[in-house]
Design a protein around this ligand. Structure first.
Ligand code: 26W
Length: 805
């Protein structure tokens, strides 16, 4: 019997098979003979889940006993990826599970193919949240992730005539075996209504709408340890009384369920924007729903072992993943002052010590602000609290910068002109003890531009924590063949949880046989991907579509190659497969025009026998964690070509370098730190850096100048404008020629020249392989474990709690 008084779950294939059978009979209610593949999948999932749940129980016991300082990660998005393969690896059941399934006459691959990816995020921010949760558990840090359990995740992308088409992603319509619903922990959330003050000055919020938040959690296992943390996702429900029986019996069926449907709409769908503030009221409702449910749950957990509010910040650090959960600041003030009766100053001191804020963008349009009238209607009490916070804060600003009215106007939590709006980024900075950017350049630019006023007032509040990625997800699971070659080369697999050990590969970078096997692994991964000629240079650009990321620049290079090959058919060319993948926000038309043009160019090249032997453009639909895990191991060249000063960090750049791809990139985001660590010889750098880009924009940038003086560029743009590609792309061509906000034409020549260097380098196979091995060997820094260690040391001040076996 283990510490929980239970017979420990077996580790042999026979014992696993036993558990499979009992789960098939007792939890799935069927037999081997009549079991469907879905039955087999659910049963397998439950059997694997049990082994992690066993650790979860021991983790909860250890955390309860330790009464530690907790990290609560509040995020509107989590891109967790498929769970089965990960949970089999972490529970050490991947081998025995396959044997047991075969024993029962089931095909493991067929069963595993039913695992679904919960697409509860848009891109970088959502995936980073998942990588950090994985690292926190692996480092034995007591932590809980809080989020929203959207019924519909990020839309499914298909193409029709090359144009993006969005379809709803009902990811859990077959159910989700990886979650534990906990309706008993439901919370009550208020909206609308008004506030009343009694003679003692105590404020009460009389809501106009009441909604229930029902949680379910998924296990977040650590790798190589027994810690199993959780991510708790809230789903909105109508209150008991929301079903109107009288209307129903009057035959008004729709009206009868109206209130319930209205409530459930709050967690119905993820907003598919990843850098433009939609400003929709439902989005604000989602954000408040998330923070209200989560804070009540955090306080419930605090009270299990503590009773003095003064201990709250000692036992609790809440990380705000961008501004989306910033309402947590006024909400905790409301709970402490209105419900717990603390005085304002004490409550404010506790709140500021409790929260920390990570900013993930530099784009002004991505910084959320909410119209005061909408805010007042939906959250009347919170607006009052924000006004009071602002009053105290602006007094502090006036004190520190007497007579500087402009600064007061810039720093105020309320934008006054042209309309009154609540500035969520300002509130996030004022209400937290720490603010960080996600790469060195980003953090510098935050302190010197976007949040400059605040950095001048509170310089010590500003930190940098460079992003990282889970080595478990993005090399051990995504690239098992490279992982076993590395394990062999290093004489052990400790590197997976201690990524700096990859440095040991440097000694093998020139070893001919190791090189040959390194190339063979990449080749096999290309064959596995099955998109384009495996012998060609696989040139990969995988990320959300946005003009600052400059997929349009990659497109100009493709068209230039096309023209060169057409113009000089006899010449030898490095065969290249250019792979795009990524979604555009449905309302982002400029990005969707670029997608359509890419597919048109791909079709024209594919149909051209003079070019297609040397150049192929592929664009697999519906980019997500699963597709990324297939593409990344097959990549030779990683496109990180954003306009300098625009990409906060990037994390795809780290995943591709870790898997041996060479980067062609600008001095932007984490590209700079990747180049510093892998070495300038092993990175293709080009383009304007941030100061040069800013200067060019300030001195009246004229894209047409580049068009006029660069023949290849002019030829490429003219072919777009003349409709040479199925008549598609005029909007793209005109916006480049007339506005080109992200300096695409200014960087064109340097980029094309750098790509020519790539072609030359590719032909020196040994040197290319050496550079590839060195990229992997020097990527240890970009482990999410290092990122979490930085957060823990600089911002969270938390310690690991070991879970006894
Ligand atoms: C209001 C709409 C909205 C939604 C999401 C966002 C995210 C912050 C966008 C995002 O995913 N940012 C990316 O975050 C990554 C993780 O830190 C960085 O690596 C990327 O550079 C950054 O673009 C902004 C605005």
């Amino acid at each position: 019997r283990n510490g929980m008084g239970l017979r420990p779950l077996g580790t042999s294939a026979a014992e696993f098979e036993q558990d499979l059978l009992s789960n098939l009979y007792y939890r799935r209610g069927t037999t081997v003979e009549s079991a469907s593949t879905q039955d087999a999948y659910e049963t397998l999932a439950l059997t694997v889940r049990d082994r992690l749940a066993e650790r979860r129980v021991r983790t909860a016991a250890a955390h309860y006993a330790a009464n530690p300082r907790w990290v609560y990660y509040l995020s509107a998005e989590y891109l967790l990826g498929k769970q089965l393969e990960q949970n089999m690896l972490y529970s050490g059941t991947d081998r025995i599970a396959r044997i047991a399934l075969q024993q029962l006459g089931m095909d493991p691959d067929e069963v595993e193919s039913l695992d679904v990816e919960p697409g509860l995020g848009n891109g970088g921010l959502g995936r980073l949240a998942a990588c950090l949760l994985d690292a926190m558990a692996t480092l034995d840090i007591p932590a809980v992730g809080y989020g929203i359990r959207y019924d519909l995740g990020i839309f499914k992308q298909t193409f029709s005539d090359g144009a993006q088409v969005e379809k709803p992603d009902d990811w859990s319509y077959q159910g989700n075996p990886w979650e534990f619903p906990a309706p008993d922990d439901q919370q009550t959330v208020f909206f609308y209504g008004h506030t009343e003050r009694d003679e003692a000055g105590k404020t009460t919020w009389i809501p106009g709408e009441v909604v229930l938040g029902e949680p379910s959690h998924m296990l977040v296992p650590g790798h190589g340890t027994d810690t199993v943390n959780i991510v708790r996702l809230w789903r909105a429900r109508g209150s008991e009384s929301s079903f109107d029986l009288s209307r129903f019996s009057a035959g008004q069926y729709a009206e009868a369920v109206d209130e319930a449907v209205h409530a459930e709409n709050i967690s119905k769908v993820l907003y598919p924007d990843d850098s433009t503030d939609s400003g929709r009221e439902l989005r604000l409702k989602q954000q408040y729903f998330l923070v209200s449910c989560s804070l009540r749950d955090i306080i419930r957990r605090f009270r299990l072992r503590n009773s003095d509010w003064a201990d709250f910040p000692k036992k609790t650090v809440i990380q705000l993943n961008d501004t989306h959960p910033t309402l947590a600041i006024p909400e905790l003030m409301r709970l402490l002052v209105d419900e717990e009766g603390l005085n304002w100053d004490l409550a404010w001191a506790l709140v500021r010590q409790t929260f920390a804020y990570t900013c993930h963008t530099l784009l002004p349009e991505a910084l959320e602000t909410w119209p005061v009238p909408m805010f007042e209607r939906l959250l009347p009490r919170h607006l009052e609290i924000i006004y009071t916070i602002n009053e105290h804060f602006l007094a502090e600003v006036r004190e520190a910068f007497p007579g500087d009215a402009d600064r007061v106007r810039r720093m105020s939590l309320i934008q006054e002109e042209p309309e009154r709006r609540v500035r969520m980024a300002n509130l996030a900075v004022v209400g937290t003890q720490a603010v960080n950017g996600v790469a060195e350049l980003h953090s510098e630019l935050l302190a010197s531009t976007t949040l400059r006023d605040f950095a001048e007032l509170w310089p010590d509040k500003f930190h940098n924590v460079t992003n990282g990625i889970s080595p478990r997800r993005f090399i051990r699971i995504a690239n098992p063949t490279l992982s076993s070659l590395i394990t062999e080369g290093l004489g052990g697999d400790e590197w997976i949880d201690d990524l700096d050990r990859l440095a040991g590969l440097e000694a093998l970078a020139d070893d001919a046989s190791f090189q040959a096997r390194w190339r063979a692994v990449k080749q096999a991964n290309k064959v596995r991907l099955g998109l384009g000629d495996p012998d060609s240079l696989t040139d990969v650009m995988i990320k959300r579509f946005h003009e600052y990321k400059r997929q349009q620049l990659k497109l100009l290079h493709i068209i230039t190659m096309y023209h060169r090959i057409k113009a000089n058919p006899g010449q030898a060319y490095v065969p290249r497969t250019v792979l795009f993948a990524g979604k555009a926000a449905p309302a982002y038309h400029a990005a969707k025009h670029i997608i359509r043009l890419i597919n048109a160019v791909a079709a024209v090249i594919d149909a051209d026998p003079a070019v297609s032997p040397y150049l192929k453009v592929v664009f697999p639909a519906n980019y997500n964690v699963t597709l990324g895990s297939l593409i990344i191991p097959a990549a030779d060249l990683s496109e990180q070509i954003s306009m300098a000063g625009k990409e906060a960090s990037g994390t795809g750049n780290m995943k591709l370098a870790l898997n041996g791809a060479l980067t062609i990139g600008t001095l932007d985001g984490a590209n700079i730190e990747i180049r510093d660590r892998v070495g300038g010889d092993n990175f293709f750098l080009f383009g304007l850096d941030t100061p040069a880009a800013v200067a060019l924009k300030e001195n009246g940038y004229r894209p047409r100048d580049h068009y006029d003086r660069d023949a290849e560029l002019r030829h490429a743009l003219d072919s777009i404008l003349d409709g040479k590609f199925l008549g598609i792309g005029r909007e793209v061509g005109e916006s480049l020629l007339n506005s080109d906000e992200y300096l695409t034409l200014a960087d064109y020549r340097a980029y094309v020249d750098a790509q020519d260097e790539v072609d030359v380098a590719w032909q020196d196979t040994e040197t290319w392989t050496r550079k590839s091995i060195l990229n992997t060997a020097r990527s240890g820094f970009f482990s999410a474990d290092r990122t979490v260690r930085d957060y823990a040391a600089e911002i969270w001040h938390v310690n690991p709690v070991k879970v006894a076996r």
